[in-house]
Design a protein around this ligand. Structure first.
Ligand code: CP
Length: 529
């Protein structure tokens, strides 16, 4: 029977579908119960018990819980654990991540657990090492688990957080009302919640943080797109004054190591807004539980230690759940469990090919001459790109016209460009190039990505011989003159890994980086000239 989990990578939470995650939680609950009841027979049904199976931990950033819970989860499975000693590895001699992980893949390592400040690293490594495995005829493709990448995601933390919330909700997926408190700007665990919480049918999220630490707009947008109700509050004090307080609170610590000088200067004031105080206790709802991915800061914990011995403490069991969840994850990736899964798998997600240059009927069907002018003379032969950046300001349109001309390779041809009004009175840009008679498929794709919603007119003998409308391609990749503009992303040139950028179109007409998830406008993906 096909096991959809076997050999899978988990780089972002969406790498597992909602059905797959719900299956994961059910299995975690079964295993946790078996362990607590010391039911060896059930435990054995989850155990990998394969002497060749092992995990390889590569922690390029510090960790206690993630690293040690994976190590102990592997012990449960009687699997081996290897670790790259990052401080003394050849990465410090300037070796690329590609060379490092390809090599380790060749040494029979099949599951890598990787933490790094470089965003999208595991996603790219899973692609890179697959190619390496193929060209070296390895009998497997390595799987990658993202153990936290910069400010991006922490998908295994997300699984254990969701499992902990579900235990509190008696495994009921129908609804969650969750308060996220703390450093929502830098915290990857809260960013994973933008898609992670989709396992619940109805979601209300209260975001509690001062402006400097507020959740980035793109994650708030994702939450809203996912149908979540999102409320924003600047401090706990302010939140407690609102009528409808959540019973599940998720705190994070201020991530000082990721903050710039400007924010660090306001450290005390920011901590004040997101630290729970003794006098707030009476204002909480009955049955409230607090969670925290941990670590807490020993001097300035956002959940003070006097709460440890209260009913509010959900964070200790949450941390223990991390080990159960990681046991299940390894069991799934090893193919020990998963055959009884039924439902939609994320591996069935496919990007349908879609035409992005569509031929439309020229308006001069009766072949009447159309006044497409080159200065004062009508153009007789060549191309005219019309409706560029319709509705933008003339200054912005001019700027973009220059970029289009350069990206499509029209800079050295005769012709010109101008700004005019459309019939609706909005500004639009026009580029004309007499003598350029056609564009190649590659140029057309570039045109559609840099000038969507335009028309391309092919003019012959003074008439519009053909007319096309451009639409944003659903995917765009492998062009050297575009890049993700997030400097923390593995595909950004500053990281010098030579990773070709890749973007997927978003529902609202942006381009999302396939590695770090940053959303760009169609203008932003191209490099400045
Ligand atoms: N929650 C978490 O990721 O903890 P560590 O940084 O200790 O792994």
């Amino acid at each position: 029977m096909n096991n959809v989990f076997k050999g899978r990578s988990l780089c972002v939470i969406e790498d597992f579908s909602i059905d797959e995650r719900r299956y994961f939680f059910k299995k975690t609950q079964e295993l946790k119960r078996a362990i607590l009841e010391n039911n060896e027979a059930v435990m054995d049904s989850f155990r990998i018990n394969d002497p060749d199976f092992g995990i390889y931990e590569v922690f390029l950033e510090d960790s206690t819980r993630t690293k040690e819970s994976f190590r102990n989860a592997a012990k449960f499975h009687h699997a081996k654990v290897s670790e790259l000693l990052c401080d003394s590895s050849s990465i410090n001699k300037g070796e690329s991540y590609a060379d490092t992980f390809n090599m380790l893949s060749g040494y029979s390592n099949r599951i890598f657990i990787v933490r790094s400040k470089v965003e999208g690293l595991t996603k790219w490594l899973s692609e890179e090492t697959s190619e390496y495995a193929e060209r070296n005829h390895l009998p497997y493709k390595p799987a990658f688990i993202n153990a936290g990448d910069g400010k991006h995601e922490h998908p295994t933390q997300e699984l254990l957080d969701e499992f902990s919330f579900l235990e509190r909700l008696n495994m009921d997926f129908s609804e969650i009302h969750l308060a996220l408190v703390g450093d929502l700007y830098h915290g990857r665990t809260v960013h994973s919640k933008a898609n992670g919480l989709k396992i619940f049918d109805k979601v209300t999220v209260d975001l509690i943080a001062p402006d400097e630490l507020m959740m980035p707009e793109n994650y708030i947008e994702i939450m809203k797109e996912n149908g979540f109700k999102v409320n924003i509050y600047p401090s706990i004090e302010n939140y407690l004054d609102c009528g409808d307080i959540a019973k599940i609170w998720y705190f994070t610590r201020p991530q000082l190591e990721r903050m710039g000088e400007r924010i660090l200067k306001k450290e005390a004031e920011l901590r004040e807004a997101i630290t729970f105080k003794r006098e707030f206790i009476d204002r909480l709802k009955e049955g409230t539980k607090f969670y925290h991915p941990l670590p807490r800061h020993k001097e300035h914990p956002t959940i003070p230690t006097f709460l440890d011995k209260t009913e509010l403490n959900g964070w200790e069991e949450q941390a223990i759940n991390g080990m159960y969840c990681r046991m299940i994850l390894l069991s799934l990736i090893a193919g020990k469990i998963g055959e009884d899964f039924s439902g939609q798998s994320a591996i069935e997600k496919d990007y349908k090919s879609e035409e992005y240059i569509v031929e439309v009927q020229p308006e001069n069907k009766d072949n009447k001459e159309k006044n497409i002018s080159e200065g004062v003379r009508p153009i007789r032969n060549g191309i005219v790109i019309d409706h560029i950046c319709k509705g933008d300001s003339p200054e912005d349109i001019r700027k973009h016209i220059r970029l289009i001309s350069s990206v499509i390779g029209l800079d050295n041809a005769r012709g010109g460009e101008w700004i005019s009004h459309g019939s609706d009175g909005k500004f639009k840009g026009i580029i004309f190039r007499p003598d350029v008679m056609d564009l190649s498929r590659k140029e057309l794709k570039r045109l559609a990505a840099i000038a969507p919603h335009c028309t391309l007119n092919i003019i012959k003998d003074g008439k519009v011989a053909k007319k096309f409308r451009t639409h944003m391609p659903p995917r765009i990749y492998n062009f050297e003159d575009m890049s993700c503009k997030n400097e923390a992303c593995i595909s950004n040139p500053v990281n010098k890994e030579g990773v070709a950028s890749k973007f997927y179109r978003t529902n609202d007409g942006g381009y999302r980086c396939a590695y770090c998830g940053k959303v760009h406008s169609f203008k932003e993906i191209w490099n400045k000239r």
